[in-house]
Design a protein around this ligand. Structure first.
Ligand code: PLP
Length: 440
């Protein structure tokens, strides 16, 4: 392994302080909130996290895709402090404030949807999804929602129902919300291809749930939790045509793909077609809880007053952070950076694929990349234990990686787009070293 400059591993992992905290955590925090990594954070800066034992890790998880603009960027922290010293909360629908309006203006200008647009803010990604469906139902007067195999949309009742992976997200938590139907996602590696997936959706709209019954089709432009499978331009064009033919609202769930992850501000920009509504969250506010729905004014304004809302919607501190995130994108050229970071990682991943047949696929848009581990590249039999072993070996060497995929056999990249080049190279060395350890 190359001499490391940023990563510093001073103790065994987890170290004594993290172990002591884990003991307390087990007695105090509800078991289902299982922690994935046994290290406790002390501080984080750009692409690194320092744990309570003084170990410094490079973070390729970004808290699951939340810190595209880096951990604790000084510009964002400054904006948060400035807003926090003025006021923390008034409830926007009781006493409104400018950061919400300014953020709506900027996001409407950036959203790849033409015509007049509006934005509405919430807290979590799941709320954005639920509210997008509400808006689509009110607009169309129809109940049905089509979601995708491999899709993930959150953990509240409707979004949990829309989520495809049953275990652990749905097990034992039914009855599920009614009127959710499921279509196959186009998958260049495992199939179905774009044409077949479109044919099956068209057939579904004729035979299973008629188009005039469907309010919305909700699609991630690239599956997130489902294994970083990108949709294709052909599929998205066909989907747009089907939505137009049947008067269905096209909802792009950009919660994980948004804010530069794919090398464009929003992933829909890769496909040459427009959604009607899009949901955003995660990297929007660099770690403060904020989400939103942005879309065509006709749909957004169509709902009656009070149809959407909530005590904490669009917190002003989170919105000050979000405005600063947009400034950082502009000032630091983060979209270009996302493309170059993505190219560098993709090149390395392809070299790994040449070397190890267990890496069945390398895929993703921009810097939203993953490798898929299989036992046999011919049968594509998923190898989740190999993915887990690589993640474990990387952690011991100071790199935080996350799995993904319906079969939990993918390892994904959600590193800050602000990562320094030397740190990126160091992290890729560590990842490679972990692959050597596990795959030989
Ligand atoms: N939609 C997508 C595409 C996601 O990836 C997620 C979370 O991972 C959600 C929705 C739900 O977001 P949250 O966990 O903030 O509710």
């Amino acid at each position: 392994m190359a001499a490391t400059k940023t990563i510093e591993i001073r103790t065994e992992i987890p170290g004594p302080r993290s172990r002591a905290l884990l003991e307390r955590e087990r007695r105090a925090i509800a078991r289902p909130l299982m922690v994935h990594l046994p290290i406790f954070a002390e501080r984080a800066e750009n692409a690194t996290i320092t744990d309570v034992d003084g170990n410094v890790f490079v973070d390729f998880a970004g808290g699951v895709g939340v810190v595209n603009a880096g951990h604790a960027h000084p510009r964002i922290v400054e904006a948060v402090v400035e807003q926090a010293t003025r006021f923390l909360h008034t409830d926007f629908t009781v006493v409104p404030y400018e950061p919400a309006v300014a953020l709506a203006e900027r996001l409407c200008a950036l959203a790849p949807i033409s015509g007049e647009k509006r934005a509405a803010f919430f807290n979590a990604g799941t709320e954005a999804v639920e509210n997008a469906v509400k808006l689509a139902r009110l607009h169309t007067g129809r109940p049905g929602v089509i979601a995708y195999e491999g899709g993930f949309h959150g953990r509240t009742l409707l979004s949990m129902t829309m989520t495809s992976k049953f275990h652990p997200y749905k097990t034992g938590m039914g009855p599920y919300a009614p009127e959710v139907y499921r279509a196959p996602f186009p998958d260049a590696y495992r199939g179905p291809g774009a044409d077949e997936a479109l044919e099956r959706l068209a057939h579904m709209l004729e035979t299973h749930v008629p188009g005039e019954h469907v309010a919305a089709i909700v699609i991630e432009p690239q599956l997130g939790e489902g294994g970083f499978v990108p949709a294709s331009p052909e599929y998205m064009e066909g989907l747009r045509a089907l939505c137009d033919r049947h008067g269905i609202v096209f909802v792009a769930d950009e919660v994980q793909t948004g804010f530069g992850r794919t090398g464009r501000m929003f992933a829909m920009e890769h496909f040459g077609v427009e959604a009607d509504l899009m949901t955003v969250a995660k990297s929007i506010a660099a770690g403060l809880p904020l989400s939103g729905v942005i879309g065509r004014a006709e749909i957004m304004d169509g709902a009656h007053a009070g149809a959407i809302g909530g005590t904490y919607i669009g917190n002003p501190v989170a919105q000050a952070a979000a405005l600063a995130v947009l400034d950082v994108f502009e000032e630091e050229g983060l979209l270009e950076r996302a493309s170059s970071v993505g190219d560098r990682i993709r090149e390395r991943m392809h070299a790994w694929q040449e070397r190890w047949p267990a890496i069945g696929d390398v895929r993703g848009l921009g810097a939203m990349l993953a490798i898929e581990l299989v036992h046999d590249p011919q049968t594509k039999d998923p190898a989740p234990e190999l993915a887990l072993a690589v993640i474990q070996a990387a952690l011991e060497r100071g790199l935080i990686l996350l799995k993904a995929g319906v079969h939990a056999n993918c390892i994904r990249v959600l590193c800050p787009l602000t990562i320094e080049e030397a740190v990126l190279d160091e992290a890729l060395e560590v990842w490679e070293d972990a692959l050597v350890t596990v795959l030989g």
